[in-house]
Design a protein around this ligand. Structure first.
Ligand code: HEM
Length: 231
């Protein structure tokens, strides 16, 4: 089968959405790990992001690949959703789970909604933190060098209750997305047999709780327990 035919087939699209989804879970694990250094203090976090920035061209390449994975995941998932709607424009009268491999839950039925919320969140998030809303980033001295003070940007944002709680809310929806997305991605990739399915289904819950829990903890911890840096 040519690559185009593979992408055009439902099986191919499911595989590609799933593969991109699993790679994005990998990104989330690394992103959360890096962000959790903020709980220790600004020095460690700024040093971590400074090291990332010193990768130079390599970082740009990683960012372009990451953007590509996001685009593929989103476009393919939206295409599949449109096809599903076209195939049954009025929807099913009964939405209950058949149990077993169908696993219809609130998380599975709300994938498109939670996905769209994350789609709106992402550019706002990157504009806020990576680009400091278009303003020049503050800097701080670290080991005799002047480096970007990304920590102060994040701490200043989360001093606002609406931003801290807004983030926590979106991260809760991220947990829903992951709860269904994780196991479903592996299943779409044909990686699960009858014995593995229940194990990975349960693992999906653990992944969702750990990742969403970590991302929820950050804004609330900073809002309630971290003093403003005076930015
Ligand atoms: C409490 C939650 C989060 C916090 C505090 C946070 C923090 C940050 C910060 C500080 C940056 C800027 C990094 C830099 O400029 O070096 C960033 C970038 C980014 N974040 Fe988050 N993030 C959170 C959740 C998320 C989630 C859930 C996603 C994905 C669904 C995400 C995706 C991204 C992406 C794609 C970038 C750009 C990475 C790059 O271009 O290097 N973030 N985040």
């Amino acid at each position: 089968m040519s690559e185009f035919k593979f992408y055009a087939s439902t099986v191919g699209r499911k595989f590609i959405t799933g593969l991109a989804g699993i790679l994005l879970v990998g990104f989330l694990v690394v992103h959360l790990g890096g962000n959790l250094t903020m709980l220790v203090g600004g020095g460690l976090f700024n040093n971590y992001t400074h090291h990332l920035e010193s990768l130079g061209v390599l970082l740009y390449i990683v960012e372009i690949i990451l953007l590509g994975i996001f685009v593929v995941h989103i476009v393919t998932a939206l295409l599949m959703q449109l096809e599903k709607r076209r195939a049954r424009p009025k929807g099913y009268a009964v939405n209950a789970s058949k149990g077993g491999p169908s696993r219809k839950t609130l998380a599975s039925r709300s994938m498109i909604v939670t996905g769209l919320v994350l789609l709106v969140f992402l550019p706002v998030h990157i504009w806020m933190f990576k680009f400091n809303q278009g303003r020049p980033s503050p800097s701080v001295m670290h080991d005799g060098k002047e480096i970007r003070d990304l920590y102060s940007i994040v701490v200043a944002a989360f001093q606002h209750p609406a931003i801290a709680w807004g983030y926590a809310g979106v991260m809760f929806l991220l947990g829903f997305h992951l709860r269904h997305g994780f196991w479903s991605a592996l299943q779409s990739m044909g990686a699960l047999n009858r014995r593995l399915l229940p194990v990975v289904y349960a693992l999906g819950l653990v992944v969702a709780i750990l990742l969403a829990g970590g991302f929820i903890l950050l804004p609330l911890w900073i809002h309630y327990l971290t003093p403003a840096t005076g930015m």
